[in-house]
Ligand binder design. Structure first.
Ligand SMILES: NC(=O)c1ccc[n+]([C@@H]2O[C@H](COP(=O)([O-])OP(=O)(O)OC[C@H]3O[C@@H](n4cnc5c(N)ncnc54)[C@H](O)[C@@H]3O)[C@@H](O)[C@H]2O)c1
Length: 344
């Protein structure tokens, strides 16, 4: 099997996760690490590749087949464009960019260079996310009536030591809610409108801390979503299962998909239905376990990126698709600021 030559730009928190992943994927070969900060040079040495403090020099010299861009969100565009111009395919961390205008520039460059841009919405690579999508979209709940999602946890104070994380680009809407919205879109279909309220009452940073959102989906379902990065609670994706060793799991469900025949708890995939055909509230509800074997989404994502580069698979998430998740996410700011329902 020919391996795919991958380089990383931005070896911070998530960048290192990509390095750990590449090391476990047989078809991927790490060829270089670029980061503006020389303090992370040791990370490249640990993985036995050359470190560059200038990604343009790295791209010109190394000519990787694929580049993972994991710089801070407001610095996604320039390295991604440079990678495409150098003939590489790109896996860019989420959100695709900080603005819709930048995302459009990237989409156009991807078309012009005929190189793919995948976006790191890694949840799409979990088998249980697929299973939820399959159940909802195949009518396993009957008609989808409503969705209820929650992502409320308390990020450690030290997380905010880096000043960019105190700004709107790094608030829980752009950093975390975008995962939730991408997952909701993937499972339920397009979000067509939303309204929202925001608050920032605990840490006093420039960014928002808490959001309450009302959603409407194209299939007629309604949704509510509650978000906070300053609340000590177990009801968040990170605590639902053992995704990341940094976050001890509490195994609580964070979402519920509610249909006229049945309902699904998520992520544990417990399906609830009445045990009679009348589906009435006088008959008991029984639950069924629909859970599936866990897999590492980052490994699945990396393998998929390699297969896309080799022309064996179409991207599971394109730049256009990720831009719709960004558009819905950014609309939360517009809705909160205007006090209006925003149509997407
Ligand atoms: N998929 C996920 O679950 C997930 C998780 C965390 C972060 N992210 C995303 O990943 C991105 C990075 O987040 P992070 O928490 O790893 O940030 P971070 O601050 O820990 O790391 C960013 C790295 O980029 C480097 N950098 C900055 N400017 C650069 C430049 N011009 N050229 C090269 N390197 C440069 C910094 O020195 C740093 O090492 C963000 O877009 C974030 O939204 C995704």
């Amino acid at each position: 099997m020919t391996s795919v030559r991958l380089a990383l730009i931005g070896a911070g928190r998530i960048g290192v996760r990509h390095l750990e992943t590449i090391a476990q994927v047989e078809e991927a070969d790490l060829v270089a690490v670029a980061d503006a900060s020389p303090t992370v040079k040791g990370i490249a040495e640990r993985y036995g590749v050359t470190f560059y403090d200038n990604y343009k020099a790295m791209l010109a010299e190394v000519k990787p087949d694929g580049v993972i861009v994991a710089t801070p969100t407001e610095l996604h565009l320039a390295p991604a464009l440079a990678a495409l111009e150098n003939g590489a395919h790109v896996l860019i961390e989420k959100p695709i960019t900080g603005t819709l205008g930048e995302a459009q520039i990237l989409i156009e460059k991807s078309r012009a260079t005929q190189r793919e841009v995948l976006v790191g919405h890694h949840r799409r690579y979990y088998p249980f996310v697929h299973k939820a999508r399959e159940i909802v979209r195949s009518g396993g709940l009957g008609q989808l009536v409503a969705v209820n999602g929650q992502w409320t946890l308390r990020k450690a104070d030290s997380y905010f030591d880096q000043v960019w994380r105190q700004k709107r680009e790094a608030g829980p809407i752009l950093i975390n809610l975008i995962h939730e919205f991408d997952c909701l879109r993937y499972v339920c279909g397009e979000i067509t409108s939303l309204s929202a309220e925001l608050a920032s009452t605990v840490r006093g940073h420039e960014k928002e801390e808490t959001a309450a959102i009302i959603l409407r989906f194209e299939n007629g379902a309604l949704g509510t979503f509650l978000l906070s990065d300053s609340a000590a609670s177990p009801w968040a994706w990170e605590f639902g299962f053992h995704e990341n060793p940094e976050f001890p799991p509490a195994h609580q469900n964070a979402s519920r998909f509610v249909g006229d025949s049945a309902s699904l708890e998520f992520p544990n995939l417990k399906l609830w239905r009445h045990d009679d055909t009348a589906r009435g509230w006088n008959t008991p509800l029984r639950s069924e376990d629909k859970s599936c074997t866990p897999e590492d989404a980052y490994i699945n994502q990396c393998k998929h990126f390699c297969r896309v580069i080799q022309g064996e698979e179409a991207p599971r998430i394109t730049a256009e698709d990720a831009t719709r998740s960004l558009q819905a996410t950014l609309a939360v700011f517009d809705a909160a600021e205007s006090g209006q329902r925003i149509t997407l």
